[in-house]
Design a protein around this ligand. Structure first.
Ligand code: SF4
Length: 374
């Protein structure tokens, strides 16, 4: 079983915190779609006939595309790959794109899951982020999508924002719960170098929130969402039963996937393939019938670290038996001192073959992970 990711590298405007690959110049859009179609043709054997269970349009802002543009990509994917009977097909979208007519069009396509970038319901913070929407648009987008019959909706929120008090976060969570979407992703803000926030930080114009307050934010999120019946199946991802993201879960469990579009990457179980994160270079290569990517063979050390970094974030934790069998690495033995210390501090626990974070440990996940990798 495998997945396909399609990166749509366009946004209406640049959010001040974002370092994903995107451009606000949409002039290359139609050439880029042609290039993605060509890439599908060239990569049709990448998954070696494995059944594709999930398709994910990410970005950038895929909801910038029209239904026709999305359909042209989906049709080509269906033609060249074996798709399961009921694939999960997700569209990342921004509230300002989700008018009633756009949502109606999406509903008539095979897209069956929306991941909506709300980030916060606080209009001041939305402006501070340079987002293209305000909170009413977000509320309207979700309720309209629900009225039109989208059942599988996820919303994205951000915590740990400068000036985001616990009350602002409480309000975000209350609003999110009122919307009753079955999936909520909440990420802590990180300040990346090549962003406006990164520049402001260097110029001392931005005060990041301290680690203790960020931990308090995460604690509030975990308690509130658990009380509302959400399962924290990954540190940043919460779902009602049966609504976990199948696509993201397959990354975390090391399944194969093909990434299409500039900046996307692919994994065939052994090698990772990285597409150029440059729209023009990507288009040009494909116009010349060449793959727009470089290969990276993962060392055994890389594979061990990747497993630790992703699995420690999962509810079930790191499968130590699998690490031992597949990579000849006995984590419990190799990191005995650190693990014992964390067990005593009630930050980690061992359950069968799994080593997992406790609730307290989740608040210090980065620190603990740092001590476990090699
Ligand atoms: S956060 Fe989303 S909408 Fe904003 S610039 Fe990044 S990819 Fe685009």
């Amino acid at each position: 079983m495998a997945g396909i990711y399609i990166h749509i590298p366009y946004c209406k405007q640049a959010c001040h915190y974002c370092d994903f690959h995107f451009s606000t110049n949409l002039n290359t859009k139609s050439d880029l779609i042609d290039a993605i179609l060509k890439e599908i043709d060239l990569q049709k054997d990448y998954l070696k006939g494995e059944i594709v269970e999930t398709i994910y349009f990410g970005g950038g802002t895929p909801s910038i595309l029209s239904k026709q543009e999305l359909d042209s990509i989906l049709n080509r994917v269906s033609k060249e790959f074996s798709i399961s009977e009921n694939p999960e097909i997700t569209l990342e979208s921004n509230p300002d794109d989700l008018s009633q007519s756009k949502l109606k069009a999406m509903k008539s396509s095979s897209i069956n899951r929306l991941s909506i970038g709300i980030q916060t319901f606080d209009d001041k913070i939305l402006t501070y982020f340079n987002r293209a929407h305000h909170s009413k648009m977000a509320l309207d987008a979700v309720t309209t999508a629900q009225q039109l019959g989208f059942k599988n909706i996820s919303i994205d929120l951000i915590f740990g924002v400068p000036n985001q008090t616990l009350n602002v976060l409480k309000n975000d969570l209350e609003q999110a719960l009122k919307l009753n979407t079955p999936h909520i992703s909440i990420y802590g803000l990180t300040i990346e170098e090549n962003t406006v926030f990164g520049k402001w930080e260097k110029q001392n114009k931005l005060t990041t929130i301290d680690e203790d307050l960020a931990a308090e934010h995460l604690e509030l999120i975990m308690d509130t969402l658990a009380a509302a019946g959400y399962n924290q199946y990954e540190i940043s991802n919460f779902s009602l039963e049966g609504f976990e993201s199948k696509h993201n879960s397959s990354y975390w469990h090391g399944k194969k996937y093909l990434g299409l579009g500039p900046g996307a990457h692919s994994f065939n179980g052994i090698e990772r393939q990285f597409n150029y994160a440059h729209n023009i270079k990507y288009i040009k290569k494909l116009q010349d019938n060449l793959l727009p990517s470089t290969l990276e063979k993962l060392s055994s050390e890389d594979q061990i670290n990747e497993t630790i970094l992703t699995q420690i974030r999962l509810k079930e934790g790191i499968n130590c038996e699998h690490l031992k069998n597949s990579h000849h690495f006995d984590l419990i033995d190799e990191k005995e001192d650190s693990i014992n210390e964390f067990l005593q501090m009630d930050l980690l626990k061992i359950s069968g073959n799994y080593l997992r974070l406790t609730s307290k440990g989740k608040l210090l996940a980065d620190f603990i992970t740092e001590k476990l990798i090699i």
